[in-house]
Design a protein around this ligand. Structure first.
Ligand code: PMT
Length: 402
């Protein structure tokens, strides 16, 4: 559970996206957070307090003049007992109040009285979002260290299409979890590869492997959570891009090689998580090859370039981290790869059930020997790897200048 022990205060303002905040509460609770909700009067016209009470398991605050609250200081206690205050949805009107320090109802009062970080997830019609007044208010809030999540672009409840939609509950959850991670890679640039490559034989056939990309995508997310600027170069996978990560899709090892080598020198860290095909057909047939009673074709293969070894051999290489998936003799093979590619750290994983699972068992191999990590979900392991990379960076490299 990603938010175990965390206390989230959720403010809900009046907008149709308020119905999504009910789902958000469910997701937060599922991740172990304790959630307390305060609503504006307008919000109660979209969703009832009873819904939030049932989902959070806690009483919902709506009234500034509620005399049943001990010493009548609901606005003080609400945020004092929270690790973060999140306003979702945040209407244009509410953002204007926040930007100007107004406190004329319960939610704006408790927001002004907070002593915890504040995040807002704007939700409004695209015209309202684009107005100079709203944009001025957002700029003021960013200047006041308020975290602004979204908005997204797309279909709007009013029937229009454009920017102003509230982020989806799962996206808000991801952002919130990210805020609780230590920013050990702040100011660093990290480049990584993930997934398989596909080496064409003809227009419909090719050589590939079963890498799902999950491990690499988890590392991209963990690196971004840790404050890094992240570029992810990935083969054909069916995964959503982690928020805030720049993604470049490629198909073959040669394409991955080109995308990596043109950038690598500008990064502090390069992590090769991809299961790159070692070889490709020398000739790619332009036509689908036919059976026609002939014997099956003999496909001549040629080696692909070793991307990781090439990056590690640059005159001023980024900190290079490799991966090694083995079905046996992990220590021997991983260490051999590390030395051959001349990289400081390789991460070994023993493949017992094939690729694609949600958990992994990793072992770090470096100059000091090996460190076996407990089997865990890929995101948990990714965060441990990021911590290790941050330590290595502190000892080895000054940050890249932008
Ligand atoms: O994607 P998932 O389903 O989550 O699975 C994750 C994974 C098992 C694919 C991943 O954790 C992993 O271990 N990836 C490396 C697989 C492997 O053993 O690759 P390799 O032995 O071919 O290469 C070793 C290292 O060199 C890797 O860092 C690889 O990215 C790099 N390499 C390899 C060949 C090549 N031509 N260029 C490279 O850069």
């Amino acid at each position: 559970m990603e938010l175990e022990g965390k206390r989230v205060a959720l403010g809900v303002t009046g907008g149709i996206a308020a119905y999504k905040s009910a789902e958000l509460v469910r997701l937060l609770v599922k991740q172990g957070a304790s959630v307390r909700v305060a609503m504006t009067e307008a919000a109660t016209h979209f969703v009832t307090p009873t819904t939030f009470q049932a989902l959070s398991g806690n009483r919902v605050f709506t009234d500034q003049w509620d005399t049943s609250v001990a010493n009548g200081m609901a606005h003080i206690n609400f945020s004092r007992e929270a690790d973060v205050l999140l306003i979702a949805p945040a209407s244009a009107d509410f953002l204007a109040k926040l930007a100007n320090g107004l406190a004329d109802d319960l939610l704006s009062t408790l927001t002004l009285a907070r002593d915890c970080p504040l995040l807002v997830a704007p939700a409004m019609n695209r015209q309202m979002w684009s107005k100079p007044a709203t944009q001025r208010n957002i700029a003021t809030l960013i200047g006041d260290a308020v975290g602004v999540l979204g908005p997204a672009s797309g279909d709007q409840a009013c029937g229009e299409v454009g920017e102003g939609r509230m982020l989806e509950p799962a996206e808000i959850l991801e952002e919130l979890i990210a805020r609780f991670q230590p920013e050990v890679l702040k100011g660093r640039k990290l480049l990584l590869t993930a997934g398989p490559t596909f080496e064409a034989i003809d227009p419909v056939r090719g050589i590939t492997n079963l890498s799902s990309g999950k491990m690499g995508f988890a590392i991209a997310r963990a690196a971004r959570e840790a404050g890094a600027e992240v570029t992810l170069i990935c083969g054909p996978v069916a995964l959503p891009t982690p928020r805030g990560v720049t993604r470049i899709d490629i198909t073959s090892a040669l394409e991955m090689h080109a995308e990596v080598t043109q950038r690598a020198a500008m990064y502090d860290v390069f992590v090769g998580v991809a299961a790159v095909a070692d070889y490709r057909p020398r000739i790619v047939s332009e036509q689908k090859s036919k059976k026609d009673g002939n014997p099956p074709p003999i496909i001549e293969l040629v080696w692909n370039p070793d991307i990781l070894a090439e990056v590690a051999a640059l005159p001023h290489p980024p900190l290079c981290v490799g991966f090694a998936a083995e079905t046996g003799n992990l220590a021997e093979y991983a260490e051999k790869k590390r030395r051959k590619k001349k990289i400081p750290l390789i991460v070994g994983n023993l493949i017992t059930d094939g690729f694609g699972g949600d958990t992994n068992t990793l072992v770090f191999f470096d100059d000091n020997g090996q460190q076996i990590l407990k089997p865990a979900p890929k995101l948990v392991l990714a965060r441990q790897l990021i911590t290790r990379i941050a330590t290595l960076l502190e000892n080895l490299h000054a940050p890249m200048t932008p």
